[in-house]
Design a binder for this molecule. Structure first.
Ligand SMILES: *Cc1c(COP(=O)(O)O)cnc(C)c1O
Length: 448
């Protein structure tokens, strides 16, 4: 078949297959107001020397696993919102926690962690990092700062907690815990997923590293997964260098150490240069764009979600079918006083409540009927969505714990976890009310 010739001279004489690959508009990029999506595996070197400059000094873009403008735009915003110096975007929250911890810890070392953490993180610590020779001590009473300090060993290299925890809405006293961490020269790592930087900025309260599941509130619409690490930029090589020799050791070929090159950013620079690109949990630039777009409305969503959640929690608290409501916004919650200091702008929107057992004493059956009767709430395992969601932890996220372990975390047979969305709150309360009456209406009396 004859090759079609177009009017542009040289390039147009090339074959169809060549042209379908190489014909593209040239010219300067216009200034888009929305973040452009650089959905590309790699970047052309415009000048021959750029290639060597990139591989030598890390300048410019070459390959999306190493750097991408869409991803970096989101990192820039997140670092600014958290009050950190730099952020690193990753493919999921699990990737963020894994990369953050593996950037600090090596075989033979140790983490002190809150017991009240996401089940995926607990699994990472208990089943995966343990196999790499990294041990964890879990602290049950997370308000007991002395217990945290007592658990620190010579080989401890991180303290880990969540700002607001699943399932019992426990708060960790970040300023008190960061004092402990600082005394020992080790970082306090906070998973800030439930709070978001709109409600809590752990770095401003003394934490050193923040991790996020961006799949939740940051993206906000339940469409993509993502994760992030934000660092305070306060790594102190004088004080802590001997504990983190990989950050102060000379680079290959006698080059300056990472701390000499990047100063207080040594931790996140190591994560960006040596851990994330090797383990490979790179976010898609398209997902990065959607996370960035979600972040643009974060405050509006979180404000509305927190207001709705407080109204829903207060309503549930007054219902005879409900045994308890674990919402830190309620004055009856054990951490409510701490919330006044730590959460001035709202109490978040993910919490649990426990239904009383029906006349047969079957709380799990009551919970099941309740979930099946809900119409506005979506039954799924996710949180931080614009839509309201419900899950029964005892048969799902916490099914593999013993009943005693579940009870210690506030997960009982009748416990339901909700993530409150931005719907009209009267519709949410109406939905809960009709589901409570369906759940109770099985010909047996609800035990008051
Ligand atoms: C969901 C979640 C994670 C894990 O994030 P993924 O994006 O699902 O990998 C970690 N921590 C908390 C608190 C979470 O809610």
């Amino acid at each position: 078949m004859a090759t079609q010739v177009t009017g542009d001279g040289g390039a147009g004489r090339r074959g169809f297959s060549t042209r379908q690959l190489h014909e593209r508009a040239a010219g300067a990029a216009p200034t888009a107001r929305a973040t452009p999506i650089y959905l590309t595996a790699g970047f052309e070197f415009d000048e021959y020397e750029q290639a060597a400059a990139h591989f030598g000094e890390g300048r410019g873009y070459a390959y999306t696993r190493i750097g991408n403008p869409t991803v970096e735009a989101v990192e820039h915003t997140l670092a600014a919102l958290e009050g950190g110096s730099q952020a690193l975007l990753l493919s999921s929250g699990q990737a963020a926690t894994s990369v953050a911890l593996l950037s600090l810890l090596e075989s033979g070392q140790h983490v002190v962690s809150s017991t009240h953490i996401y089940e995926g993180t607990r699994g990472l610590l208990r089943d995966n990092l343990s196999r790499l020779g990294i041990g964890t001590t879990f602290i049950d009473d997370i308000d007991d700062v002395d217990a945290w300090e007592a658990a620190i060993r010579p080989e401890t290299r991180a303290l880990f907690a969540e700002s607001i925890s699943n399932a019992a809405n426990r708060l960790v006293d970040i300023p008190a815990l960061s004092d402990v961490a600082r005394r020992h020269g080790i970082p306090l790592v906070i998973d800030n997923t439930f709070a978001t930087p709109y409600l809590v900025r752990p770095i401003e309260q003394g934490a050193d590293v923040v991790v996020h599941s961006a799949s939740k509130f940051l993206a906000g619409h339940g469409s993509v997964l993502g994760g992030a690490i934000v660092d305070s930029g306060r790594f102190d090589a004088e004080r802590s260098g001997h504990l983190f020799p990989h950050l102060i050791a000379p680079g290959r070929g006698g080059l300056p150490s990472i701390a000499e090159r990047t100063g207080g950013d040594a931790r996140i620079a190591y994560a960006r240069e040596s851990v994330a690109p090797r383990l490979g949990p790179t976010p898609s630039p398209l997902n990065a764009f959607l996370i960035g777009q979600g972040i643009e409305t974060l405050s509006l969503r979180v404000e509305r979600q927190s207001a709705n959640a407080l109204a829903v929690a207060q309503w549930l608290d007054g219902r005879p079918e409900v045994a308890s409501v674990d919402y830190v916004g309620l004055t009856t919650h054990p951490d409510h006083a701490l919330a006044g200091a730590l959460l001035p702008d709202g109490f978040g929107s993910v919490f649990s409540f426990t239904l009383r057992a029906d006349g047969d004493g079957d709380a799990a059956g009551t919970a099941r009927r309740f979930v099946e009767a809900l119409e506005v709430f979506t039954h799924m395992t996710h949180l931080g969505d614009v839509r309201s969601l419900v899950l029964h932890p005892a048969s799902t996220s916490h099914a593999f714990l013993s009943p005693d372990e579940r009870a210690a975390l506030g997960v009982h047979d009748g416990t339901l976890r909700v993530s409150i969305g931005i719907e009209d709150v009267t519709d949410l309360i109406g939905d809960l009310a009709q589901a409570l009456s369906v759940a109770a209406d099985v010909g047996v009396a609800v035990v008051a």
